[in-house]
Design a protein around this ligand. Structure first.
Ligand SMILES: Cc1ncc(COP(=O)(O)O)c(C=O)c1O
Length: 434
């Protein structure tokens, strides 16, 4: 019989080390918020395939839609023979994304590809090459997306040269403010800094787009102050710069709104979604103002698999299930429970340096010392491993990999959620941080 250990040996023999693995287990089946490994051990899933399973593993209606579509046709290539699910999903995305202006949507296969296409469109529409991105940002691993990504090791190290014309400014990371200020007395200096940035880094007339995550995902679930994006958007607008919201991780209900930028009452010029949109199938969407989206010439955009019909049908089912199961409301409730428990951990353990969140996107930053804020990277790794031993799958985040970022499916039951949070408490207790 195959075991995790025997399969890991096979994996190591045939697969390079680059594609990383957080947990030394192989999946046998998954349903809702639970994963069973090939040895029959059950785990509560607080990782959600890195934010892909907001709808839960193998949602019945999503599976039905996939099966139904697969029995009809799996691939014709939208650029060769068109199909209805692509059009239907584009229409739906134009309806549910923020902004009352006319919109259009195209599809790609992954978050990184969504980012690449958004940038291509923005450059084409403005005729300007430069891009502004942020410290601690993650936008993917393809060359342009990687150039926009901030974290050096392991993501960027050794893979240069990076794409040119990327300019990076600090994010609104209040816990580690780059300017040493405090909110609200800072008066949003980090947002207004964009105006200074135009004098010291890149002239606004050369900037095609500013790309930003409404809440940092891989960067550690960092939630900017509520006025932050209005300021950035206004400065972009005044200078003819396209404002791109990368909602690959924040989107599709993670923050108790369909899109996190809704909390900030800002309508991006272009919004990128991926991860949970496809219910587990690879799909990304690029939605934007119609006149911007229509700028590139016929044939300038596309991809063989982009907007695969099975993935589009899955996404339509995901959207339907979100409404039917009231998952935004559920996300709000999950977020409240998680943040309450994490705040209790903060009171109990000095290793917890910061707790922050928006909806069900709640992070807990671990530090060796609350004064120096030295990241507790090694401890975070131990905690993730300890929780796995106890039946909970988690992943960390942050430039220093010291932030716990639960991405549990929003269909998780109260009992599973409580059990998962209890395991984190036990893990903190047993590892006994000072
Ligand atoms: C905000 C953000 N953008 C882009 C990406 C890249 O997505 P993908 O891994 O599907 O290429 C990710 C992935 O984690 C992400 O979190």
């Amino acid at each position: 019989m195959k075991t995790n250990e025997s399969l890991i040996a096979e994996r190591n023999k045939h697969i390079p080390q680059g594609p990383f693995n957080t947990h030394p287990i192989f999946a046998a089946k998954a349903k809702g918020a639970m994963i069973t490994d090939i040895e029959g051990k059950e785990y509560i899933d607080f990782a959600g395939g890195i934010g892909v399973n907001n709808i839960g593993h193998c949602d019945d209606e999503v599976v039905k839609a996939i099966q139904d579509q697969a029995a009809k046709y799996i691939h014709t290539c939208f650029h060769v023979v068109m199909y209805e699910p692509y059009v239907e999903l584009a229409k739906k995305m134009n309806e549910i994304t923020p902004g009352t202006f006319p919109k259009k949507t195209m599809f790609a296969n992954s978050g990184a590809e969504g980012v690449e296409n958004a940038v291509k469109i923005a450059r084409h529409a403005t005729g300007r090459p430069a891009l502004i991105a942020f410290e601690d940002a993650f936008h993917g691993r393809t060359l342009l997306a990687l150039s926009l990504t901030s974290k050096m090791k392991p993501y960027k190290f050794g893979f240069g040269p990076y794409a040119p014309e990327v300019y990076r400014m600090p994010y609104a990371y209040c816990y580690r403010c780059a300017f040493g200020l405090e909110y609200p007395s800072c008066e949003l200096h980090c947002a207004y800094f964009l105006k200074d940035f135009f004098n010291t880094h890149i002239s606004p007339e050369q900037v095609g787009a500013l790309i930003v995550e409404p809440v940092l995902g891989e960067g550690g679930f960092v939630v900017p102050p509520k006025e932050y994006f209005k300021v950035l958007k206004k400065i972009c607008q005044d200078n003819g710069i396209i404002f791109i919201a990368d909602e690959v991780q924040t989107g599709f209900g993670r923050t108790a709104r369909m899109f996190a930028i809704e909390h900030y009452e800002v309508a991006p010029d272009i919004i990128i979604t991926a991860k949970s949109i496809g219910g587990g199938l690879p799909l990304s969407a690029i939605t934007g103002k119609a006149e911007i989206m229509d700028h590139p010439q016929v044939g300038g955009l596309g991809g063989t698999f982009a907007g695969n019909p099975v993935a589009c049908r899955a996404a339509l089912a995901v959207i339907e299930q979100f409404e039917r199961k009231k998952l935004l409301q559920k996300g709000e409730e999950i977020g409240k429970k998680v943040i309450k428990r994490f705040r209790e951990f903060y009171e109990e353990y000095s290793i917890v340096g910061d707790v922050r969140g928006l909806g069900a996107m709640v992070g807990m930053e671990l530090v060796v010392d609350r004064k120096t804020k030295e990241p507790a990277t090694a401890f975070t790794k131990q905690l993730v491993a300890k929780c796995r031993e106890k039946g909970l799958l988690m992943i960390s985040a942050g430039t220093h990999s010291n932030i716990i970022r639960p991405l549990m499916p929003l269909v998780i039951t109260d009992e599973q959620l409580e059990r998962g949070l209890k395991i984190i408490g036990e893990g903190l207790d047993e590892l006994n941080p000072s």
